[in-house]
Design a protein. Structure first.
Length: 136
């Protein structure tokens, strides 16, 4: 039994190739990393009832963390979290609906979740090296 080359050539193989390419692209889009779109002002509530507020600069390069009535201005720094801000002593990590705050060397609270609804959107993969660092 031989291979029918006409059956696998021409339009039929082009259509199969197009379908295969579409399936590969759909799979890639489904696995695309999500990036949270943070509003300018957020309130987080932690386990045990502790709350704090975060206000982001429109550029996203700075944040003001307000805890117990005291405000801390922080600058964005590179991180594995979606966003990390620090003033050198205190650090704020924002990762989707969750946040973590270190005051000095101590954790402020655990299980902090945004009370402000947040939206996620797909973001393209960015290179780890080169002129466009992934944290921008």
């Amino acid at each position: 039994m031989g291979i029918d080359h006409q059956r696998f050539g021409g339009q039929r193989s082009s259509a199969l190739l197009a379908v295969a390419a579409a399936l590969v692209l759909a799979a890639c889009a489904a696995d695309m990393p999500r990036e949270t779109q943070f509003p300018e002002r957020m309130t987080f509530k932690c386990e045990g009832g502790r709350t704090f507020q975060v206000e982001l600069a429109p550029s996203g390069e700075a944040a003001v963390l307000t805890v117990d009535g005291r405000a801390y201005r922080m600058n964005k720094v590179p991180s594995a979290a979606q966003r990390k801000y620090s003033d050198g002593s205190n650090t704020l990590y924002l990762d989707g609906q969750l946040a973590f705050v270190e005051m000095g060397m101590n954790a402020l609270a655990r299980g902090c979740r945004s009370e402000t609804p947040l939206q996620d959107e797909a973001r393209p993969n960015r290179p780890l090296f080169g002129k466009d660092p992934w944290w921008r």
